[in-house]
Ligand binder design. Sequence first.
Ligand code: SF4
Length: 402
Amino acid sequence: MHPRRVTRQIHVGTVAVGGDAPVSVQSMTTTKTADVDGTLTQVYALAGAGADIVRITCNDVEAAQGLAEIVPRSPVPIVADIHFQHRLALAALEAGVQGLRLNPGNIRKEEHIKTVAREAGERGVPIRVGVNGGSLDRDLEAKHGGATPAALVESAKTEIRYLEEVGFTDIKISVKHSNVPTMVESYRLLSATVDYPLHLGVTEAGPLPGGLIKSVAGIATLLNEGIGDTIRFSLTADPVEEAKAGRQLLEYLGLRERKGLDLIACPSCGRAEVDVIDVARRAQEALEAENLPIQVAVMGCVVNGPGEAGSADIGIAAGRNKGHLFIKGQVVRVVPEDEMVEALLEEARRLVDEGVEARLAAADVGAAEIAAADRAQLIEIKGDANRAAERRRRVAGVAEDS
Ligand code: SF4
């Protein structure tokens, strides 16, 4: 992964964006903003799923009034999403939002943008210049022959100029597009010319699984290049899914600390001694409900499972109608196959409470020997898939000959 590009730092309420701040996760509510309780319930769900900042539409006066009640009760900073009517941006500022998103494609009058910037500046509220390939200024589209990366970046830079002309620099920028290569190219172009923090997203990515794949393809490509300070997955799904996905992506890339479960499972194969898909699903449900911040492995056979998943905090592998429960690759218990998930859950809880050393010390007497015997029997019956012993002999032979 390339070093993170150096950007200015801004603050959306209590959340720092850009500079050396961790990459943050954003999501957006789907409720009517005037429905204060319904919207707050969703904001809490999004925050619980990993959203650091939540955006809420401010599309009419009732929505702005709703924001006045939502913002003080929200667990995370709120950004008002503004299209067409700059007066709603002013109303959202009055409601106390911690950020604004303006779409340069539909708020075009320079004096309106400057009026909002002056007011936001006085209140210390940042503005996201949120360019979107689907709602780009028609003149720019005509000039560039479509919503090209150059067109998206020009739109953003024109808006930034208006803001800077009134001394406003509390800015972050997005240049979203629904086409992944265009989105990636747009952000690359933008990041080469500005040092404001960037908000990444593939717009209108669509339903799962395609929407998820498009979002990961675009966002991860850029993060890997060191580009991006805050992200949003725009999925046609429950927004909790997009908050979760955003958070998970950052954890998997090592950009945020693990907050919840990381379940790894083998894809299963002809050697599997159990229905891996079913066991993994049941384990995921049980472990997610407890939100344990550990890496858990579910492996279909004891021949390769504990070795391949040796770096996991805890795992279980199936063999000869039993489950071999292991911690950091060392077998600590052998349980009947139909108790695998329950045993895994119980040991995972203890592992989180007591730590690895304590749980290794509490391993069942004889568990490692029983596991070794099961494994040896399976290799005897089915063969060693990796032919490890034979390979070791050959490697040793080559080393001795040379
Ligand atoms: S752990 Fe066993 S069952 Fe799973 S993919 Fe590897 S060899 Fe196959």
